[in-house]
Design a protein around this ligand. Structure first.
Ligand code: ADP
Ligand code: ASP
Ligand code: MG
Length: 438
């Protein structure tokens, strides 16, 4: 069985939905995971924002526009009056449900139910469209099997047990359509896998059903060697290892949700990134091993805060680092990058929700300095210890960019540097020009 995930742009219009329907035909068993049509989740988040701020009229207007837009999609998508009617009735029901929040108090729990509607709409429209075309398929609600635990982590056992049971029902067809992004939490409430989480859904489904391949279909021909939104002239990479892909996704390559590689790697299932608009292209294949080589790609993550702790009683005496790390553990804040000297340690975080408490706790161990608005640039490829010259080439490419931190040797496939947000673009462009394209 294969698992195929189509992102928001891939199902972003009636024409695109029809195109995807053409790609998922055939007799092989498949689970197709869909995102919401592009823009819908943003709109639903905006709607929720209005409700939190008590802007009820604005909230109503948002839903009216959403409804009108979806009526247009329905009219364009279906050929028969019967399906146009069914499609419109379905949209009406969802929009009536959304409107029911407008005159009530609004809580985060309800926001989760609101933002889930995008995927519920896209999958239902696909299910109706395939039916109208006479293609047998089953719409399987992700709320029946996808679940996170109390820590927000996937409940692997529950997911496997429930999806296996659902897929083995005799009435289930070879082609199964299901929602990405949405799930239930440990209390059975509607929740989600965070923005961009449909990739993660597909990987979790793939691992649970032991798929032969997980395909992530998007609007670009695979994993590029730098961020195409920032740098011109980037090109697709044909092969990556799980570790390299995870590193790039975590450090900002938007093409993959940061957590999505892990379930595939754990189950050793190949992940293929494909372009919906160019299905013949081989895309990028991500597997356990990938060909060695030089530097493969660069990614960047913004919104980073650097914290430096200078030990007051000098020297990184044993126990000092443990005490520092314990502060971050106590406030459940992951550290991304770390560099040390004899008298100080610098580290970075991207979640600043508990920054104040962290700084207060750290102050007992030394002098603390904070640099906000930084970016991590992550250089991924073969950085094994035996290699000579790589550090020099990276530093040479970045000769004109002030570097706040450098991290080399943490793994065999990553060099990271920390720069000011304002220098991020130059660093990425210079790395492409002087390192990737040399
Ligand atoms: P989807 O809606 O299909 O999930 P996304 O917008 O989340 O698609 O991801 C695809 C986009 O990721 C591309 O259009 C591209 O702009 C962006 N992107 C960022 N970094 C990379 C990269 N290294 N390789 C390919 N695409 C990237
Ligand atoms: N629709 C969700 C979002 O926009 C999930 C996804 O597209 O992956 O974040
Ligand atoms: Mg995405």
């Amino acid at each position: 069985m294969k698992v195929l995930k189509f992102g928001g742009t891939s199902v972003g219009s009636a024409e695109r939905i029809r195109h995807v329907a053409g790609l998922i035909g055939g007799s092989e068993p498949k689970v197709v995971v869909l995102s919401a049509m592009s823009g819908t989740t943003d709109t639903l988040v905006e709607f929720a924002g209005c409700l939190y701020r008590n802007r009820r009229q604005e909230a109503s207007d948002i839903i009216r526009n959403l409804e009108v837009n979806y009526y247009m999609v329905v009219t364009e998508l279906f050929r028969t009056d019967d399906y146009i009617f069914r499609g419109k009735e379905f949209i009406r029901t969802i929009c009536t449900y959304l409107r029911s929040f407008v005159n009530k108090d609004f809580y985060p729990l309800q926001e989760k139910a609101v933002v889930a509607q995008g995927e519920i709409i896209s999958t239902t429209l696909m299910n109706y469209y395939l039916e109208e075309c006479g293609v047998p398929n089953t719409l399987l609600s992700a709320l029946e099997y996808m679940r996170i635990d109390k820590d927000g982590e996937p409940d692997y056992f529950y997911i496997r047990q429930n999806i296996t049971r659902e897929l083995s029902r005799p009435e289930v067809r070879q082609l199964v359509i299901t929602q990405g992004f949405i799930c239930r939490n440990a209390y059975g409430e509607i929740d989600n896998l965070r923005r961009g989480g449909s990739d993660y859904s597909a990987a979790l489904v793939g691992a649970a059903v032991e798929a032969e391949e997980i395909q992530i279909w998007t609007d670009i021909d695979g994993f590029h060697n730098n961020d195409p939104r920032v740098v011109e002239g980037t090109r697709a990479i044909r092969r990556l290892s799980f570790e390299e892909a995870a590193e790039l996704a975590y450090f900002g390559a938007k093409i993959l949700h940061p957590s999505s590689v892990q379930p595939a790697a754990r189950a050793n299932i190949p992940v293929r990134l494909k372009n919906t608009l160019n299905p013949g292209d081989e895309g990028t294949l991500i597997t356990a091993a990938s060909p060695a080589g030089n530097v493969k790609a660069v990614a960047a993550k913004s919104g980073i805060t650097a914290i430096k702790i200078k030990s007051t009683n000098m020297l990184l005496a044993y126990g000092f680092l443990r005490k520092v790390f314990e502060v971050f553990e106590a406030w459940k804040t992951p550290i991304d990058m770390i560099t040390t000297s004899e008298v100080a340690v610098s580290l970075t975080i991207d979640n600043t929700a508990r920054l104040e408490q962290i700084l207060r706790n750290l102050a007992q161990y030394g002098i603390v300095e904070v640099d906000r608005d930084m970016a991590i640039i992550c250089i991924v490829g073969d950085c094994s210890a035996g290699k000579t010259g790589l550090g020099a080439r990276v530093m040479d490419a970045l000769a004109e960019v002030p570097l706040r931190m450098i991290s080399y040797g943490g793994s065999e496939h990553n060099i990271s540097v920390l720069v000011k947000e304002g220098d991020k673009k130059k660093a990425m462009v210079d790395l492409s020009r002087k390192l990737l394209n040399e």
